[in-house]
Design a protein around this ligand. Sequence first.
Ligand code: KIV
Length: 283
Amino acid sequence: MTTEPKNVSVDARPKRQATVKHIASRKGGTPLVCLTAYITPMAARLDEHCDLLLVGDSVGMVLYGMDSTLGVSLDMMISHGRAVCRGAKRALVVIDMPFGSYEESKEQAFRNAARVLSETGAGAVKLEGGTEMIETVKFLADRGIPVLGHVGLMPQSVHTNGGYGARGRTVDEWQPIIDDAKAIAEAGAFAVVLEGVAEPLARKVTEEVPIPVIGIGASNACDGQILVTEDMLGLFAINPKFVKRYAELGDGIANAIENYAAEVRTRAFPSEEYTYKMRGANQ
Ligand code: KIV
């Protein structure tokens, strides 16, 4: 039997722009719809359907061709954050704290997170890390900076954690991830991203943590889902197992460019329709 997702319109979003409170209140309810965005026109399109837009540091890989997220700077995040905020009217905009901008001390984290919020207009920041980030998350949350946590597979720790493989595929790997998610919740995060873990672990974390758990490669047991938009639209070459491609826009672009190139070379473009005439000339 095929299902028609477009008919399942359980829109639990508020009429005005979502706040962290709206997101937090969705624990155990209609799953949160979240996607990444880096530029205004894409944000404006996603905004109609999403609860949360993340300006992810994946921008470094997706838009700048970097081979990891480690080279992304705070200025890049602020610049893309501003662009996304211009396009988002209803979704909560969350901006990733890039590698090196928050790990040194809670004061460093506050200084940079305050810049992110004040210079972009976003509603929250996201940072990676578990138990080691308790103090920082609490420091930010107590001082007016809402934090979205990120545990499980943490791309900024690719060098220490040995690659991008899924976590928690054996039970002995579970406890540190459960502890991380709980620690971030207790420290005051309003929600947490859980990346790249096996389904039973995702289920357990979602059951045991009192804030919404937003999964990416973490099964449908979570309180919501996030994907990198370019991945699910078929615009990015790498295609991990957990990404469902809802479109093949990469192929569409390739076809369009091929046609354009052929028409330019044969002078078929620009045809009369696309050509200015002298004023007063017919048409
Ligand atoms: O940077 C990013 O896009 C992310 C998501 C994959 C959760 O952190």
